[in-house]
Design a protein around this ligand. Structure first.
Ligand SMILES: *Cc1c(COP(=O)(O)O)cnc(C)c1O
Length: 413
């Protein structure tokens, strides 16, 4: 929509690209364009726009095709997609979806065919796991699960899995924040299968775009639930895909045109307006979380705190230091006293809400075993560290001293 100004730093660029006030009566902030259809500038422009949207022609450098219809594209989607690119290190193109699951589903449908295999880290987001194990499986796509952080298992699966087309990494894993080395996975994929290298996709919802930069570490595609930190206010559902190769995004866009899972203009407008503050929010929340997690680690009612700055395993510490700028705002507490201790804790909280989801400015706490991870078998729960006494915390931007006091009063008998 507007000329890009290369050379600017990302916090400036997010506020200065993607939108030209002159096209909107001088409005300093983008308006919402709620039209379902767009008036063509000429029949020739309409013909060209259809050739482009169908993939029969490729846009020339700097070409601004006419908009057609809001299932394909609309100004608020374009503004958001342009403005998020500078926030993701190494990205050249982005695509917005009506949920995180929608972004993940479209990525997998774009790059997998029946007979192909997908390798994925576990634990992984429950919706993603159901998609791979409960749905793609029946479409003839083999899913190979490897434990998060297990380099040897990952290397072996990369070498031995026939027709491996996609490696999907979620790091850190939820709820115990086990990290997987993105660079190792990407280089193993490149070396073992030089002729037909699988695409490395990273669900970057928990630490990105502020603290973890998968494209910089060799990943091809970054996926988000924009519902979480990108939105930041627990008031909308959305998703994003980003890549350094615009061709990957263009292929996904052809699928999005067909599936009809673009995000609506109002939500795109909300998301775009929150991009300039995503770093401020995440930095504040991460600082809060680190202060609280490190203090709760010595609380007598807390058996263990899962948080990146408290990792004990040397390999996990190495990955964190190389791959993440800051530890982030999620931690989990293993409470002494099992489920009843966990439920008592949730009941007594006065500031933090008992809710699933994460990444909002307000602090949310949940009991994974009976909610987000209730579909797990006992064996899966044991592998993922989802115990009866585990509570997962998403720290917000409140004053950390009030939050710590809230947790301490809830832990007191
Ligand atoms: C929430 C979440 C998703 C799914 O996103 P929706 O926006 O709810 O569809 C995927 N991955 C991770 C890591 C998530 O936290």
């Amino acid at each position: 929509m507007a000329e890009e100004k290369p050379g600017l730093r990302s916090s400036t660029e997010v506020l200065s690209r993607g939108f030209d006030p002159r096209l909107s009566v001088g409005s300093a902030r983008p308006p919402v364009f709620r039209s379902s259809t767009y008036v063509f500038s000429s029949p020739e422009a309409a013909e060209r726009a259809f050739d482009l949207v169908a993939g029969r022609a490729k846009p020339q450098a700097g070409e601004q095709p006419d908009l057609i219809y809001s299932r394909f594209n609309h100004p608020n989607a374009e503004i958001f997609e342009s403005q998020i690119v500078p926030l993701e290190k190494g990205a050249q193109a982005a695509l917005v979806f009506n949920s995180g699951m929608s972004a993940i589903t479209t990525a997998l449908f774009t790059f997998l065919r029946p007979g192909d295999a997908i390798l994925y880290t576990v634990p992984i987001y429950g919706g993603t796991q159901s998609l791979i194990e409960g749905f793609l499986h029946s479409w003839g796509i083999a899913g190979v699960a490897v434990p998060a952080g297990d380099i040897a298992a990952m290397d072996k699966a990369i070498r031995e899995t026939p027709r491996l087309r996609v490696i999907l990494i979620e790091t850190p894993a939820n709820p115990t924040l086990v990290m997987t080395d993105i660079r190792r996975a990407a280089s193993a994929a490149g070396e073992a299968r030089a002729e037909e290298s699988p695409l490395v996709m990273v669900d970057n919802t928990l630490l990105g775009p502020t603290f973890q930069h998968p494209l910089d570490r060799g990943a091809h595609l970054v996926l988000y639930s924009a519902t979480k930190y990108l939105s930041g206010f627990s008031d909308l559902i959305g998703g994003v895909a980003l890549a350094s190769d615009p061709e990957l995004i263009r292929k996904m866009q052809l699928k999005r045109n067909m599936f009809g899972n673009i995000l609506q203009p109002d939500e795109c407008w909300m998301l775009a307006s929150r991009l300039p503050t995503v770093r401020l929010r995440m930095n504040r929340a991460s600082k809060n979380a680190q202060r609280i997690a490190e203090r709760l680690a010595s609380h007598p009612k807390v058996a263990k705190v899962y948080y990146p700055s408290l990792f004990a395993d040397a390999e996990q510490i190495r990955i964190r230091l190389q791959q993440c700028d800051f530890p982030g705002a999620m931690f989990s507490l293993e409470l002494r006293g099992g489920k009843s201790a966990a439920f008592d804790f949730l009941r007594k909280l006065r500031i933090a809400y008992n809710a699933v989801s994460l990444g909002g400015v307000e602090t949310l706490v949940c009991h994974p075993k009976t909610t987000t991870h209730s579909g797990f078998t006992e064996a899966q729960s044991a592998d993922a560290g989802v115990t009866d006494g585990l509570v997962r915390v998403s720290i917000g931007i409140e004053d950390w001293r009030d939050l710590l006091a809230d947790f301490e009063q809830a832990l007191a008998a």
